[in-house]
Every structure is written in C-alpha cells, then in structure tokens.
Design a protein around this ligand. Structure first.
Ligand SMILES: [Zn+2]
Length: 321
C-alpha cells in the first residue's frame, strides 16, 4: 500500500518521525552555576497525516493547572492511533516554575515578550526560542493559564469572538464561558496570529495548585478539539464540555474602601446590576462598604485574598449583552 510521505519535525537538532513519541530538552541557557536549563517538550507524531497542535502551559511559571491537563492528555495519546502531530509543553517558564513566580529572573513577563529576540532580554530570548522551536510548527494551539497571584478564575476561554476561527475553536473546546478579548501586545496569542497558528487561551483556577474541576473541564476541551480536527478518538470518560456562553466583554468591580472582603457569591454565579454581592468590613466585622454588581453578567474572576485596598479589582464580571 502506498503511503504519503510525512517529513520529520526537528526540535533543537533532534528529528522526530511519524509514529514516534519522543521527549526532547530544548536548551535555554546556563544557570550562573553553569548547569544547563532547558524546556522539556514531548512530541507525539501520528502515523497518519494531519494538523500540528501545540498544548502549552506554564508561560507564567506559577500557573500549573495546564501542566496537569497536559500530563493527563499525554497518558492516553498513542502515535499509532493519531493523525498529525501533538507538541506538549507542560512548563515553558522553567525559571518561574522553580520559584513559584509568574515572571522570569529578570522580572519580565514572558507573555509580554513574544515573538522575542535572540539578542534581547532573558524573556525575549526564551520567547524567541519558543517561537522558533514550537509555535512556528503549530497549526493550532491551546495556551493554559490561571488567574494571577491573589485571584481565582472560573474556567473560560479568551479569544477574539470577531475571528471566525478563534470562536469556532473556542466553541469546540466547550468551556462554560467564552470571553471576547483583544490580543495583548507581546503575548503568545499575538505571536500565534502572526505565524498563522490558531490559538485560544484557557483561563481557570489559581496559581501554585491543581484545581481539579478546572483541570477536568480543560482535559475534556482538548479531547473535543482533537476529535474535531479528526486527529484521534477521545478517551472514554465523562465529557465535561458544554455549550459555551459567549461574553462580549468583561469588567472588574473595584473596592471603594480598604478592608476585609467577603463575597456572597461563587465563581460562575449570575448577578444582576446593582445586586448586593459582597461587603468590605473592618477586621472586627463591621461593614464599611457594600459591594454591588456594576452590571448584569456572570462572575468569572475574584480576589482570593480577603485583604483588599481601596481601588483594588475584586470581582470580574463577564457581560453577555
Ligand atoms: Zn497566565
């Protein structure tokens, strides 16, 4: 039987051929102690032709839910039953991961440094390496994030709903909410657009921990994408995907007073404009400020640290109309 030739993919000088499942260390740089630091990458190259999908986590080193999503997906991938190629990167910002930090040791945010520069800052160099070695090979990608330190996010996809491809990919993923958002300068998402990779951003949970509900929704979402792209059959387990609600925008409610914040609602709850959704109290519990919803919508993010300062963003509400 005649089979069409599929050329190998090359990562940091290592070739991966169809039918192979290979782990590769992409060297970044040496530590001051001269030890090499590298980004570990797993490549699953199917025996049949198909698209290339990158699953990317830990661009922010302390956001580790995506790492667990990738580990779970990886267990059930077999190149003998795969069309196309999957590149899995559980942690991109290795430096931040080791130090429970969003940032690189130079204090820069990797997700503001793409597509990078081989002669630039530490963040720019890592961004450049990642762009060349992974992003440019991918036709589709999911970039996994959580809320930043001190906050929690309800599982949602961020994409431009004006992009037909972005919206379709987000709807296939099937997270509870899709939130329209513009691309941020220097983000991986912006670089993906430049290199014609269809990328969606998954947001859910909080830093430095595994939020199991969030992880299971994301795992189901990835299987749905692989199924839709006709790359493989999803493993038989409970499908957590749903018909996503599409939010056109989102805004943060800010604290009017400094104090201790108590939210009466949960992530994912619907709220109506002017509804009392929480209070700011002093440390003895006396209410000093009432917190009301600024508009109708759904709570998709909240401060997880009850100590709040005047002006601090405390509740993130998605707007559907
Ligand atoms: Zn992030």
């Amino acid at each position: 039987m005649e089979t069409s030739y599929i050329p190998p993919l090359e990562f940091a000088g290592t070739k991966v051929y169809p039918g192979e499942k290979k782990r590769i260390e992409i060297p970044i740089s040496r530590l001051p102690t001269q030890t090499w630091v590298s980004v570990p990458v797993q490549v699953i190259f199917g025996i049949k032709p198909g698209p290339c999908v990158a699953l990317i986590a830990g661009i922010h080193g302390d956001e580790i839910n995506g790492m667990e999503v990738i580990r779970e997906i990886l267990r059930d991938l077999d190149p003998q039953h795969l069309a196309g190629c999957i590149i899995l990167v559980p942690v991109v910002n290795i430096f931040g991961f080791l130090h429970n930090s969003r940032y690189l040791p130079d204090g820069r945010d990797l997700n503001r440094s793409f597509p990078g520069n081989s002669k630039g800052s530490m963040a720019a160099r890592l961004a450049h390496l990642f762009t060349q070695e992974v992003l440019k090979k991918a036709d589709y990608a999911v970039d996994f994030h959580t809320a930043a330190l001190g906050r929690m996010n309800y599982p949602h996809i961020r994409t431009s709903i004006r992009s037909k491809d972005g919206l379709a990919l987000a709807q296939t993923f099937g997270a509870p909410v899709i939130v329209h958002s513009k691309t941020i300068e220097g983000s991986l998402r912006q670089a993906a657009k430049k290199f014609h990779c269809k990328l969606i951003v998954f947001e859910g949970g909080e830093v430095n921990r595994f939020n199991n509900d969030v992880i299971q929704i994301a795992v189901s979402g990835v299987w749905q994408i692989l199924k839709k792209l006709k790359m493989c059959k999803p493993v038989k387990k409970r499908d957590m995907t749903t018909k996503s609600k599409v939010a056109k925008s989102s805004t943060w409610v800010r604290a009017h007073r400094s104090g201790i914040f108590r939210l009466f609602k949960n992530l994912g709850d619907h709220v109506t404009q002017k509804e009392l959704i929480g209070v700011v109290t002093n440390i003895f519990g006396d209410v000093i400020s009432k917190v009301r919803a600024t508009h109708d919508g759904m709570i998709i993010g909240m401060a997880s640290d009850p100590k709040v300062h005047k002006g601090e963003a405390i509740i993130h509400i998605a707007k559907f109309s």
